[in-house]
Design a protein around this ligand. Structure first.
Ligand SMILES: Nc1ncnc2c1ncn2[C@@H]1O[C@H](COP(=O)(O)OP(=O)(O)OP(=O)(O)O)[C@@H](O)[C@H]1O
Ligand SMILES: [Mg+2]
Length: 1002
């Protein structure tokens, strides 16, 4: 008799108990149970669930299955759907409508909740991940939740994405995620997500090894004598599944050795184990064997009716067979009536492999029919259809196409597979356009998962097939293909393709020609060839002009506007922009929805022409229409534009929220350039709010991501943003080195348009911080020249600020003040409150040095108020420090509970706890876990703490607390105990994350 209880695993259980104890105290976490097939992962999961439940926690389990890997979110649905169905409606009432709308598309039991609102298109599918995160948080509101996900190596791609998102940003409440995986069978994306979470200390990994000989004896009980046991142990290598299989007292011949060898290879188990399995199956009656094989085709778990349909036997006899299978322990009942599970996934696989291939085809076909007859969901049918349909089966093609379309939004990887399956079935005689339509759908689905090479391949195939006379379809394919090539960095290839196609058009003045010309202009844009871009753009405009198609004309007009905006050619830029803007503004939303690129690229041009309010309006409108019409292609461009426009306009909170979503989105879409762009924009916002950790992490990631790209403005900007953080964190030497080496030398030539002045101002300050006056002067002069050429207010403001800094350093505060005030006026003209305020600080500082204290105070107070209103706390504090030097204390509302206190004394109890953990060297996630707070809340606390204690880094905070500790330790110090900082504690000073770029430079 084999042991029923859990054998061994004492260490593993120790770790598990520790995590569970943390969870009971409210600490979230994640555990990965890893090990080879049959090693005991599922058994340990069961034990974990039992322990969780015994201590009053909520444990919900689901698993993936080997053959059904395309049902979107199937693992999560398996774990949660039944539970959700049984919940009182009030439980979910706390979630807002947008969250419920997303959840309704993930969980069948919630589908009735779907209010009549749009759900996010596939480019924003991170929203459904956020919704599930909120849901888990809600489920754990009353008691901690343990979510157990078994066989996750077989999880469908949507479940893998969701899990990755949960690992990156865990639910804030007490939720423990546990998954069991066979490491060698994990998809790459999952392995990478787990590795990252493990590295960051958020995921505990438990690797299960073989049982020892003693444990094996305990496991096998009296089943075998000592010498048999030793032989079996040897054969099994201590793998419990193998042990179990080898110890089964069977004794019938296993059948032909070749069949055993085949099974052993097919299911990847030692041949002795395969032989034991074969023996076991040989014991079955004919009908039981048939039903078992039918069940292996039907699914795991399975219903006897479907197994019977697959096996083509009457339901009555199937029920009898099920009894026999239960008796022989080949299948087990589940919690759901009329649903059974194979004893083990390896057994299912063995049964499936043993069944003859031709028979399996028929069995899948019968399953598909039975499911269709009972009105099952198209995705469930598609799985069987894919495995059984013949080429030319039009009904099957339709099922697969429908499954693809349904999955396209939330599970594009599965959609791509369904479309591929439909393509395989399409008969030779099918019209070329039908095949091309499917290829386009497959290419779009692949693009949405970052598989650009696969997408490109599908589009090339489409181009080979498209009939010569289908000009519109051919152009759609060509532009899609060029876009794929752009994403792959194959700009020359895209260029050649577009030029060839344009030359081959029968009609040079046509919508297709305009499309190709716009794409050619973009092709030059990506390569920073703005003059060539302008030439293509002009041709696009003149062709569009003759077609009387306003949305198309608007799209064409946006191109020369963008081309000019990126260079110093001012006159035509403004006139092109005005033309494009008035046309875009005259279009209805419906018209504009045909050419959203018109509004998007117009907004991009406006961003480079200092028209931030216009850029905001046009990009916001495009984003709203894109969401309403489910067109996500331009999302990432729009996010980048809005992220920057909102920052400049002082809408910091909105910018941060948008950029956080944009970053998640770009990660899912696998778009490196956009990810880098949104990360570096996020970094700037983080500097302004004083969140220097986030600023450094995002800037560094952006920089790292762009190192392999060709030279261009995206890598250059990433370097500039990292340099900005380096300067803020007291590393001017690194900042200057980085600007020079990666942004185009002393002139910062890789940064287009008037934003170059921004970089030159940064470079000026870096040199000044190093006391390199001559270099600073050169950089400031260069900024001046850039501003003069561009004639734009913000560039003028940066140039003036650079000049002010140089003058102040040279001991000419009067001139510095003059330049600072000019800078403020120019930035104000551009509608850029943060830049205005920073210029006022520069002016105020200079005025104070020039002996004009009163005027200095006025400027600094205005700056502080402006920065406070934007939430740019770090810069506001800078203004207030200058005011402090002039004897002006700022009386902003102090936090409740500590009126009148300053520095560490002003911290609330909670803030003090956070501060103490920072001193202990804990990371934000660790602090969040320890104090049962969300990371966001920890970040907010830290920002407040930094501000109150008047420090800008963790190191600074630790030092301040040490000082306070020392003061308190003195006998005269008044310590009421409540504020004790844990004297005597070993203190480790955490460091700012170190910048890794230097390694590359040296
Ligand atoms: N420590 C143990 N004590 C008692 N029984 C065990 C132990 N470990 C595994 N078993 C039993 O051995 C068999 C195989 O274990 P299990 O199904 O947990 O493996 P697994 O790692 O989940 O394999 P797979 O990767 O194939 O899912 C099961 O019947 C299980 O109950
Ligand atoms: Mg298992």
């Amino acid at each position: 008799m084999l042991a029923e209880h859990l054998v061994g695993r004492a260490d593993e259980l120790g770790s598990i108990d520790e995590v569970l104890a943390g969870l009971r105290r409210g600490r979230p976490g994640a555990i990965e149970l890893a090990g080879e097939p049959g090693i005991g992962k599922t058994r340990l999961l069961r034990e974990l669930a039992a322990r969780a439940e015994a201590s009053g926690l909520l444990a919900l389990s689901g698993s993936a299955t080997e053959l059904e890997r395309d049902l979107p979110f199937s693992v999560f649905v398996d774990a949660l759907d039944d539970y959700l169905a049984g919940l009182p409606p009030a439980t979910l009432a706390a979630l807002d409508d947008e969250v419920l709308a997303e959840l309704a598309h993930v969980f069948p039991s919630l589908s009735a909740l779907a209010p009549a609102r749009e759900v996010a298109p596939r480019h924003e599918r991170y929203r459904s991940h956020r919704a599930v995160r909120d849901l888990l948080g809600q489920l754990a509101a009353d008691r901690p939740l343990v979510l157990l996900l078994d066989d996750f190596h077989w999880a469908d791609p949507a479940s893998v994405e969701l899990f990755g998102a949960l690992l990156r940003r865990p639910p804030a409440t007490a939720v423990l995620l546990v998954l069991a995986v066979r490491p060698r069978q994990m998809p790459e994306r999952l392995a990478a997500a787990l590795e990252r979470a493990h590295r960051e200390g958020w995921l505990s990994r438990i690797v299960l090894g073989a049982l020892s000989l003693a444990e094996m004896r305990e496991f096998l009980g009296e089943a075998l004598d000592a010498s048999e046991a030793a032989a079996v142990y040897e054969e099994s290598g201590g793998n419990p599944f193998y042990l179990q299989q080898l110890a089964r007292p069977l004794g019938r011949p296993a059948g032909a050795a070749s069949a055993v060898a085949k099974m052993s290879r097919a299911i990847g188990v030692p041949s002795a184990v395969a032989a034991a399995l074969a023996e076991e199956l040989a014991l079955l009656s004919e009908s039981a064997r048939l039903v078992l094989e039918g069940a292996a085709v039907a699914g795991d778990p399975f219903e006897p009716e479907l197994a019977a349909a697959a096996a083509a036997i009457a339901e009555d006899s199937a029920i009898g067979a099920v009894d026999e299978l239960l008796r022989l322990d080949l299948i087990h009942p589940t919690d759901v009536p009329r649903r059974f599970r194979f004893r083990h996934p390896i057994v299912r696989r063995a049964v499936y492999e043993v069944a003859p291939g031709g028979w399996r085809l028929g069995a899948h076909e019968r399953c598909a029919e039975a499911l269709a007859a009972r009105g099952a969901a198209v995705a469930a049918r598609a799985h069987h259809v894919e495995r059984s349909a013949r080429v030319g089966d039009l009904a099957a093609i339709e099922v697969l196409r429908e499954a693809g379309e349904q999955a396209a939004r939330l599970a594009p990887a599965s959609a791509a597979r369904w479309f591929a399956a439909a393509l395989r079935l399409l008969p030779e005689t099918a019209p070329g356009e039908e095949r091309v339509t499917l290829l386009l759908a497959r290419a779009a689905a692949l693009t949405a998962t970052g598989q650009f090479a696969g997408s490109h391949e599908a589009l090339l195939e489409g181009l080979m097939l498209v009939p010569a006379e289908s000009i519109a379809l051919r152009t759609t394919l060509t532009t899609a293909c060029a876009r794929a090539e752009h994403r792959l960095g194959h700009y020359e290839q895209a260029h050649g393709r577009l030029v060839r196609e344009l030359g081959g058009l029968p009609e040079p003045i046509s919508a297709e020609a305009v499309d190709l010309l716009i794409e050619l202009a973009l092709n030059e844009f990506y390569r920073s060839k703005y003059h060539a871009m302008y030439d293509w753009a002009r041709r696009a405009v003149s062709a569009a002009d003759r077609l009387e198609d306003p949305p198309l004309t608007a799209a064409a007009l946006a191109m020369p506007a963008l081309a000019c905006a990126m260079t110093k050619v001012r006159g035509p830029a403004q006139s092109c922009r005005t033309g494009a803007a008035s046309l875009v503004d005259s279009l209805s939303d419906h018209e504009l929805s045909r050419r959203l690129d018109a509004a998007a690229w117009l907004a991009a041009a406006e961003l480079y022409l200092d028209r931030y309010a216009d850029a905001d309006a046009h990009a916001s409108r495009a984003l709203a229409i894109a969401r309403a019409t489910g067109q996500g292609e331009l999302f990432l461009v729009l996010y980048e534009i809005l992220g920057r426009a909102w920052y400049v306009r002082g809408k910091l909170r909105e910018a941060i929220e948008l950029l956080d979503g944009a970053i998640e989105s770009a990660r899912l879409l696998g778009q490196t350039q956009a990810l880098a762009g949104n990360l570096f924009n996020r970094s700037v916002a983080a500097v302004a709010t004083g969140d220097l950790d986030t600023a450094m992490i995002t800037a560094q990631e952006s920089f790292d991501l762009t190192r392999d790209l060709d030279e261009g403005f995206v890598p250059a900007w990433a370097a500039v943003r990292l340099a900005g953080v380096l300067l803020e964190t007291g590393q001017p030497d690194n900042a200057a080195a980085l600007l020079l080496s990666c942004a185009g030398g002393e002139e910062q030539a890789l940064i287009p348009g008037s934003w170059r002045a921004y970089c030159l101002e940064l470079l000026t300050r870096s040199w000044l911080a190093l006391d390199r006056h001559a270099e600073a002067e050169r950089a400031a002069a260069c900024a001046q020249a850039t501003a003069a050429a561009g004639q734009l207010p913000l560039a003028a403001s940066w140039a003036d600020r650079a000049a002010a800094a140089v003058a102040l350093h040279a001991g000419d505060p009067a001139y510095a003040a003059e330049r600072g005030l000019a800078a403020a006026a120019a930035a104000d003209q551009a509608g850029a409150p943060i830049e205005t305020a920073l210029s006022r600080i520069a002016a105020g500082r200079a005025l104070a040095r020039a002996g004009q204290a009163e005027r200095a105070v006025t400027e600094l107070q205005r700056a502080a108020a402006q920065l406070d209103a934007c939430g740019a706390r770090r810069y506001r504090d800078e203004a207030e420090r200058e005011l402090g030097k002039l004897g002006h204390r700022v009386h902003r509302r102090t936090r409740p509970g500590k009126p009148g206190a300053a520095g560490i004394e002003s911290l609330t109890g909670r803030e003090l706890q956070v501060a103490r953990l920072v001193v202990d060297g804990k990371t934000n996630p660790q602090i969040a876990a320890e104090l049962y707070l969300s990371q966001k809340t920890v970040e907010t606390h830290l920002r407040n703490i930094f501000h109150k204690v008047d420090v800008s880094s963790r190191v600074g905070l630790a030092r301040a607390i040490e000082r306070a500790d020392r003061r308190r330790a003195r006998p005269t110090g008044s310590d009421d105990g409540r504020q004790s900082l844990g004297a005597g504690r070993r203190q480790r000073l955490p460091n700012m994350p170190e910048s890794r770029f230097l390694a590359g430079l040296r």
